[in-house]
Write a protein that binds this ligand. Structure first.
Ligand SMILES: Cc1cc2nc3c(=O)[nH]c(=O)nc-3n(C[C@H](O)[C@H](O)[C@H](O)COP(=O)(O)O)c2cc1C
Length: 188
């Protein structure tokens, strides 16, 4: 028997986590998305448009986590509606940008919102990443990749891998021929 996800129509959620609009990561993610079949649903959310409050660890206090509201609800609903999550996040200090990390921290809250059933509903979804970086040595992104891969495994998601693109100034990635070729088949 396949996972419940395998019978659902594919729906890709692209989470844009760069600190600037239309940077290398976003350009590469849009290139990868363009290769998807036209009938595949896709939603784009820019994390900087949906700022979250500092994360609060309420796990061991008297009150349960409240139902998500505002930007948090937009992100939680979109996350649960997707079959495939694409973290489109550049490499910042060998790891994820703060907005992406904060979004991941909220998974810990959503797992504990009474009635949300977040962990069970995340199981079987795929987690992908698109990452622009300026360093030629891709092993410097090991902390970034490890964070996403291990978090996916923790939620019984499928870690689908990372598409890297080289660049520093916006648009540089369009000269990374290998990244562009990989983008054409990455999400398929
Ligand atoms: C705060 C910050 C930290 C960065 N840290 C790294 C890093 O650790 N390794 C690296 O290769 N590039 C690093 N960079 C460079 C970016 O990854 C690179 O400019 C990338 O193209 C930015 O992606 P974007 O165009 O999608 O915004 C950093 C840039 C910023 C702004």
């Amino acid at each position: 028997m396949g996972s419940p996800m395998s019978s659902m129509p594919r729906h890709f959620l692209f989470l844009l986590a760069s600190g600037r609009v239309d940077g290398n990561t976003e350009q590469l993610a849009r290139r990868a998305a363009a290769a998807l079949p036209p009938d595949v649903a896709r939603t784009w959310l820019r994390l900087s448009d949906l700022p979250l409050a500092p994360f609060r660890d309420l796990r061991h206090g008297p009150e349960p986590y409240p139902d998500p509201a505002g930007h948090e609800k937009v992100l939680a609903d979109a996350t649960l509606a997707a079959t495939d999550l694409v973290m489109a996040a550049p490499l910042y200090w060998y790891g994820l940008p703060a907005s992406a990390k904060l979004y991941l921290d909220y998974w810990s809250a959503w797992m504990r919102v009474p009635g949300l059933d977040f962990k069970r509903r995340m199981a079987g979804k795929a987690l992908w990443a698109v990452c622009a970086l300026s360093d030629d040595d891709r092993s410097t992104a090991d902390p970034y990749v490890g964070t996403l891969r291990l978090s996916a495994e923790y939620l019984h998601m499928r870690w689908a891998g990372v598409l890297f693109g080289s660049g520093n100034r916006p648009g540089d990635v369009m000269a990374d021929e290998q990244a562009l070729a990989e983008a054409g088949r990455f999400l398929l």
